[in-house]
Design a protein around this ligand. Structure first.
Ligand code: SAM
Ligand code: SF4
Length: 467
């Protein structure tokens, strides 16, 4: 086994996090401004810098922190927002995570693993809405064929073709695997492998994971090493905020990022920041042990944007429409829309008796797109990077000098145009076309000519025009 794969989570150093948080002081506004000036170079921040920013509470400094995050987001991601939908294939689970409705001891939940025919049907519904990316989600227990069930499901999703529509990127959020199983997953053509540590704090982790394989903190926290060793370049890490002090978690996330950079030369592709939401059969989910207020939530999004400027940040429909809008400006680069968290939920609608948790944003994809476009953001269905081999280190090499913008802007506009022509309602189409024209007008001559050519191809009926 390569030395890059580690077996314990010793790289999460609780003592160092405690020391950094203890030493951080915001009384010194000059120090905060120094850190914000460093962040403006878009080279990331150290743990100590992040600790200082996390203790900022003065409204003026907080305003400066938010403004710095906005600038970083604009410089790297412009006004694009990538869209996806989760696809829950099964709620079977052998673990006992006290916050989750799928936990094995929740006898109230209606259990269901979708058949391949049902998965095909769910995919068709999503494709007909205009989605191009799905995040496959499952509990940690699979029907008879074992993990092969997940591989079959990925193949089923990719097989669906409907008119101009298809799913072009399947990301996956399932329990951590061995290196050979990760290799099989890689072979199935996935985009990102997502796995959230939930909490990096060992004591809190043990208190809420009380049964099943997920009790093993080390197996989980080293999961991304095994995934990357197996050749999965794009991995997505995350924390379930509300289980422990968010300041600790943000610093621990940084330690995880730096460890992956040390071992593999590249950090995670994305970071997710779910907050604990009410869940059927879980008292804890309604009363988180360490609730994160909306202000702190915005703060942590802004800090992460500055700390790891080139890592995508994902905001799900757990959050309300309003809060989601606010965090777009602070650094979020991907959002889900029109989501269901119950297996079969797209065909049969939202059902709380089989869902994982309550959603905060119930709007349809078209409503979210219209809203996002009205706010000036360009909804993107682009999947080009991964399909042209721009993953892992290649993606970072491209992203770091800011070049990604030159590919992403035209791709975002051409995939948005596809959406408008094939799926947009009349009102959305009007707003969308105006937004596309505005962006094309503002481009320099070379990019404008190139983008116009791509848009012309889409308008002439070509699809999946990549650059
Ligand atoms: N079973 C796998 C696992 O636990 O890693 C993958 C799927 S699990 C359904 C995906 C994520 O849902 C978990 O990692 C957790 O962060 C999140 N989750 C669980 N319960 C939640 C709740 N009550 N509110 C918000 N997110 C929750
Ligand atoms: Fe199962 Fe994942 Fe829910 Fe835990 S969070 S009970 S592992 S589905």
């Amino acid at each position: 086994m390569s030395t890059r794969v580690v077996e314990t989570g010793a790289f999460i150093d609780e003592a160092a996090i405690g020391a950094a948080l203890g030493a951080a002081s915001t009384k010194d506004a000059g120090r905060v401004r120094e850190i914000l000036a460093k962040a403006a170079e878009l080279k990331g921040l150290d743990m100590e810098d992040v600790a200082v920013l996390s203790s900022v509470s003065d409204p003026e400094l907080l305003g400066e922190l938010f403004a710095a995050a906005r600038d970083a987001k604009d410089a790297i991601y412009g006004s694009r927002l990538v869209l996806f939908a989760p696809l829950y294939i099964s709620n079977l689970c052998s673990n006992d995570c006290l916050y989750c409705a799928f936990r094995v001891r929740n006898k109230e939940l209606k259990r269901r693993a979708l058949t391949q025919a049902e998965i095909r049907h769910e995919t068709e519904v999503l494709v007909d809405q205009g989605h191009k990316r799905v995040l496959l989600v499952a509990g940690e227990s699979y029907p008879k064929q074992g993990f092969g069930y997940v591989l079959d499901s990925i193949a089923t999703i990719y097989e669906v073709k409907r008119g101009n529509g298809e799913i072009r990127r399947v990301n996956v959020n399932v329990a951590p695997l061995s290196v050979p199983d990760f290799k099989a997953l890689k072979g199935s053509g996935i985009g990102t492998f997502q796995l959230f540590q939930e909490t990096y704090h060992r004591g809190s982790y043990a208190a809420v994971h009380v049964g099943g394989k997920k009790k093993d903190y080390d197996w989980r926290v080293t999961g991304m090493h095994r995934a990357m060793e197996a050749g999965i370049d794009d991995v997505g890490i995350g924390v379930l905020f509300g289980l422990y002090d968010w300041r600790f978690e943000v610093l621990a996330l940084m330690q995880h990022v730096r460890e992956l950079e040390r071992a593999f030369g590249v950090g995670p592709h994305t970071i997710s920041m779910p907050r604990l939401e009410p869940a059927n059969g879980s008292d804890m989910a309604s009363e988180p042990p360490h609730p994160v207020s909306d202000v702190d939530f915005r703060k942590l999004v802004a800090i992460l944007r500055l700390a790891v400027p080139y890592t995508g940040m994902i905001m799900s429909t757990r959050e309300t429409a309003n809060l989601r809008r606010e965090t777009f400006a602070l650094g979020v680069s991907q959002i889900s829309a029109g989501s269901r968290t119950n297996p079969g939920g797209y065909e049969e609608d939202e059902k709380f008796d089989s869902a994982q948790f309550q959603l905060g944003d119930h709007r349809s994809l078209d409503e979210v797109i219209r809203d996002v476009a009205e706010l000036g953001y360009v909804p993107s269905f682009c999947t080009a990077c991964y399909r042209l081999g721009r993953t892992g280190m290649d993606f970072m090499d491209l992203a770091k000098p800011g070049d990604i913008k030159h590919h992403c802007d035209p791709n975002a506009l051409s995939t948005f145009e596809e959406y408008l022509l094939d799926y947009g309602t009349e009102g959305t189409r009007e707003i969308g076309e105006r937004l596309i024209e505005k962006h094309v007008r503002e481009m320099d001559d070379v990019r404008r000519a190139h983008t116009q050519k791509m848009l012309d191809k889409v308008r002439a009926g070509e699809r999946d025009v990549l650059c």
